[in-house]
Every structure is written in C-alpha cells, then in structure tokens.
Design a protein around this ligand. Structure first.
Ligand SMILES: Cc1cc2nc3c(=O)[nH]c(=O)nc-3n(C[C@H](O)[C@H](O)[C@H](O)COP(=O)(O)OP(=O)(O)OC[C@H]3O[C@@H](n4cnc5c(N)ncnc54)[C@H](O)[C@@H]3O)c2cc1C
Length: 533
C-alpha cells in the first residue's frame, strides 16, 4: 500500500527525530511524515518523572535489547534498555541534562573533519532547544521548548558529594553548560514545572496540530527505498501490513544507534560481504555501517548513610504522599531523578582532560535482591568518559521485527579497565572526604575494598553495567569511509540522511540525550539550508 507522498519522511521519533519533525514542519508548505515504531508516549508515567520506573522493562515502552555474551564482562549478557515510543530515550531516561565539553566537539571538527560541529557551532543548537528555568546567559536560553531546570528536590547528600569532591582536589564548576565540565556540580534535568520534558512533549505536542505533519505510531520501518542512487521513500510495517510512504525530497533516519544502522543495512547500505550473506542487494558498500559502537561501561559504588534516601522513602506511605504532592504541587519524591550531582576527574594527574565521569544519586539498591536497599544509601556510578572499547551492530535477519545483534566488548580495551580501577579508588577517597565521611555508615558495594588491582579488575568485569548511551554506529566524518558526511548525508546515496546518536563519531564527555537533541536541531537547519540552495 502506498501512502500519499511527503517532502520529508523521518524514520524514528526519539530524542532527535521529534526535533527534526517539529522543526521541518514549522514551514506550512512542507509536508512531513514521522514514522515511530512505538506508541504515542503519553500518559502519567511518561510525564511524571519517576514514572519511567514503571516503563523500563515493559515491552510496549522499552526495546529491552539483549547483547551477545560479552567476553570482556566474563561472558555476561546485558539488557540495553531504550525508549520505544514518541520521545524515544527522552521519554524513559534519567533526565540528566549535560552537553559535554568544548574539547569534545572541537575535536570532532579538528581531528575528524566534522566541519561545522565545533563547540561554538553546536552550542548555538544546544541553546536553541533550551527553555532554561533560570536567567538567560551566554550559555543558557529560556526561549526553547525543552525544559531544563535544577531538580525540584535536591538531597542534602548530593550537595555534600560536590563539597567532598572539592575536598578531594576537584574544582567546583560554576556553569557546566558553558563547555567546561572539569570538576563537580549539581546537574540540571530535562523537566518543566516538575514534569518530564521529553522531545515528544517539548517539540511534538503542539507541532502535531499542524496539518502538514503526520505522525504514524506503531510503524516499524523496514527499509529506505533507493532508486538510481536516490532515496525515494520508506517501507514500513504497521498492523501486519507492509506500507510505503514516498519522499519527494529526503528521508531522515533517526532510529537510534541500534536501529539506524539496522535500517541502513536492510536498505542495502553496509559492508558488502555482510549484506550478501543475508541475501540483501548491495546498493552501497559502506563498511563502517554498524561499526564503532561506543557505550559507557558503568560501575557502581554504594554506601549506607545516616539520612533517609529515595530507597527508604519509597514505602507505601511514602509513595502515597509523593503522588499526592506531585498532583497538587508537582514537587516531592515523584519528581526526583536517579542522579543529582556529577563530577569529571582525571584518573591520573598527567592527563590533559578528565577521563572519568561520576554520577551521584541518593538511592541505593541491594546487590543481592536488586531491589531498593532496606537501609538509606547512595550510589556513585563511574564511567570512562570517552570509552576506547568498541563493538558493533549487525542484522539478525532481514525481518524488521527482529532486533539487531549487539556485539560489544564493553571493557574490551584494557585502558578503559585501568582508568576505572584508578577512578574507583578516587571515588572511595571522595566518599571519605570530610563533607561526606560524616554521613557514612558502611559499605554496600563493594562490601569491602578489593585488595589489589587484580581484585579490582575482577569486580569491574563481574559487575559493570551499561550507561544507556550507545553512539557511533553511523559515524559522521570528513573521511570517505565515514557513514555520513558532516551534513549528515549518507555517502553514496542522495536524498538520505541519518540524524541521531548514531552519527556521533566519538562519545562526548556526557550523557547523550542533549547531544542527540542538538544533532536533531542542527540536522533540521542543514536540511532547510540545503533545500534553499
Ligand atoms: C534508561 C535510560 C536512561 C538514560 N538516561 C539518560 C540521562 O539521564 N541523560 C541523558 O542525557 N541521556 C540518557 N539516556 C540516553 C538518551 O536518552 C539517548 O542517548 C537518546 O535518547 C538517544 O536519542 P536518539 O534520537 O539517538 O535515539 P532514541 O531516542 O532512542 O530514538 C529512536 C526512536 O526510533 C524508534 N525506532 C527504532 N527503530 C525503529 C524502526 N525500525 N522504525 C520506526 N521507529 C523506530 C524508537 O522507538 C525511538 O523512539 C538514557 C537512556 C536510557 C534508555
């Protein structure tokens, strides 16, 4: 079945896709179709910040991808959660708002040939999205649709953590959205008036009233149709029916680091041998499609403390009170996020830039039961800020309903492991610095400090989880081997772009929601500029 044609067809309505659909449809003369595999992403759990705990692990809202057994994690497999609804990751994530550092994006431009993606350029797009709940400044805008604010409730220990970082020798960062993340700070969240600001809510809700934007949910994109080297439309499956929407101008693939490469592969864009082995006609031999997968390996340190924390406030009475407070005031425990403060540090003093990212949250889980700990506790997640380990995405089959193969070596690079060992020792030092030490009542994980580096490595490989930040699988670059060029055009096909986390060539020192939204903003601008030429 062939639908009416659109000027632009966007495959995937997540953090980036909703932004692109909204921005392109600002012009009433342009017809836009957005195809999203999941549902509309509305309802209480998608707006109440703590509601994501009810969405994670539910197949209607979460892709729940399983990785292949990972030898670098002693053969463990991991579940990679990912938002499956309008808003994508932004509808289900931890809401931390962070952009990364000047050095991250300047390096994309200078070292990788991503012209136009240096810090000064991308900062314009971070600001374009931002509706900051504070005074406008050089680095913050109050005009954009995306709510950015300090959490409505900040736990005293989140502030104590920032103080303790200072006592352990880290800087306090005044405004970490200005390109300098070197030190400790309280983190902003993507919320407006105590409610989650997903891209579905922030960018799409009003845009969906426009007659020139059609949003189709429950539409699983199979492939991009390519004729004579040009993308002409998108084939998708909805309610068991295969349908096609034609694209008069361009197709934009924004289906995430897991699914954007899968869509390209099914379309015949990828490593020729891999495609042939699947019986897919090769349209473009693009060896890097699906490669260069990067993810933050995350290792937890949790301790018992002397003040009530989220895990002990979530009993029946606490939840009842929290829900009431949320409905009446949009405040209280239902508006909290899993992480409230952050720090970037050097695991070794000779490093030019910080290499370890810390996230502090006033909530501890019991490692044995994986349920909230019975005693008040806090957690520090440590990640290698810019992991060196790489993995890849491949097709499991040509069936679009089959999730892709995720083959990662999350800790495949020994440099990542040694950085984590050094970083985790520093975390212990921070927790024992005066401002925090006075609250410490005991250890949860690890129950005692590993005795030597071999024991630390064991702990890391046995317990590391994911950071929920996969990027890089349709990497942008100035080189001919990159999947997309710096205007996000897929090399070898005209009328086709990729715009989402998958184009980030190297992980910024950041969680990846704001960067993906920035990619969406910049993509929409480039599409409009190129159309006007
Ligand atoms: C549990 C969790 C917590 C996180 N916490 C944070 C945080 O606190 N801060 C932060 O900055 N980042 C966080 N992230 C990461 C961040 O949300 C993602 O990096 C970001 O959402 C990625 O944006 P994207 O546009 O690349 O992909 P997505 O937002 O994942 O969008 C892809 C969209 O495409 C759809 N799709 C996929 N395949 C198809 C198909 N074949 N056809 C049609 N549609 C398809 C998906 O359903 C989805 O809606 C978290 C992520 C998760 C999962």
């Amino acid at each position: 079945m062939v639908m009416e044609a659109a000027d632009y067809v966007i495959a995937g309505g997540g953090s980036a896709g909703c932004v692109i659909a909204s921005r392109l449809s600002e012009d009433p003369n342009i017809r836009v179709v957005l195809l999203e595999a999941g549902g509309p992403g509305n309802g209480l759990f998608a707006t109440m910040p703590s509601g994501s705990y009810k969405l994670l692990g539910k197949p209607h809202a979460d892709w729940m991808y399983m990785t292949e057994p990972d030898p670098s994690l002693n053969g463990r497999r991991a579940m990679w959660n990912a938002g499956r609804m309008l808003g994508g990751g932004s509808a289900i994530n931890g809401m931390m708002y962070i952009r990364g550092s000047r050095a991250d994006y300047d390096s994309w431009e200078k070292d990788l040939g991503c012209e136009g993606w240096g810090w000064n350029a991308v900062q314009t797009y971070f600001k374009k999205s931002e509706g900051f709940d504070g005074a406008p400044s050089q680095s913050h805008s109050t005009e954009g649709p995306l709510g950015v604010a300090l959490p409505r409730e900040i736990h005293p220990l989140s502030r104590a953590f920032v103080e303790a970082c200072g006592e352990a020798g880290l800087r306090k960062v005044e405004d970490y959205c200005a390109g300098d993340i070197d030190g400790a700070f309280l983190a902003f969240v993507t919320q407006r008036n105590g409610q989650r600001s997903s891209t579905a809510r922030a960018f799409l809700e009003d845009a969906m009233k426009r007659p020139n934007l059609t949003v189709i949910t429950g539409a699983m994109v199979d492939k991009v149709l390519i004729e004579n080297g040009r993308a002409t439309g998108v084939q998708f499956v909805k309610d068991g029916q295969t349908q096609v929407v034609e694209a008069r101008r361009e197709v934009v693939v924004s289906a995430s680091s897991m699914q954007s490469p899968a869509i390209l592969l099914r379309s015949g864009i990828g490593p020729a041998a891999e495609l042939q082995a699947m019986g897919i006609e090769v349209k473009v031999d693009a060896p890097d499609v699906g490669k260069n997968l990067q993810e933050h390996a995350s290792v937890q340190t949790s301790v018992i403390v002397d003040l009530p924390t989220i895990n002990t406030r979530m009993g029946t009475l606490g939840v009842f009170k929290g829900v009431l407070q949320y409905f009446l005031l949009k405040r209280g425990i239902m508006t909290v996020t899993p992480v409230e403060s952050m720090a970037f540090l050097r695991s070794s003093p000779d490093l030019e830039l910080p290499d370890i990212k810390l996230q502090f949250g006033p909530m501890a889980m019991d490692p044995a039961t994986r349920k909230p700990h019975a005693k008040p506790g806090v957690v520090v997640y440590a990640n290698v800020a810019k992991p060196r380990s790489r993995g890849e995405i491949r097709l499991r089959s040509t069936n679009p309903l089959d999730t892709p193969v995720i083959d990662h070596r999350l800790l495949g690079d020994p440099g990542d492991v040694s950085a984590l060992i050094r970083g985790l020792k520093i975390v212990d030092g921070i927790l024992h610095s005066p401002s925090f030490a006075k609250h410490l009542k005991g250890r949860i994980a690890p129950p005692e400090l590993p005795k030597d580096d071999a024991a630390w490595e064991d702990r890391i490989r046995n317990t590391a989880g994911i950071g929920y930040h996969p990027v890089g699988t349709c990497r942008m670059g100035g080189d001919a081997g990159s999947v997309v060029d710096p205007r996000l055009r897929v090399r070898g096909v005209s009328g086709l772009r990729v715009a989402d986390g998958s184009v980030m060539p190297i992980m910024p020192s950041a969680n990846t929601n704001a960067p993906a939204i920035m990619v969406g903003e910049k993509a929409a601008d480039m599409i409009r500029e190129d159309a006007a030429r």
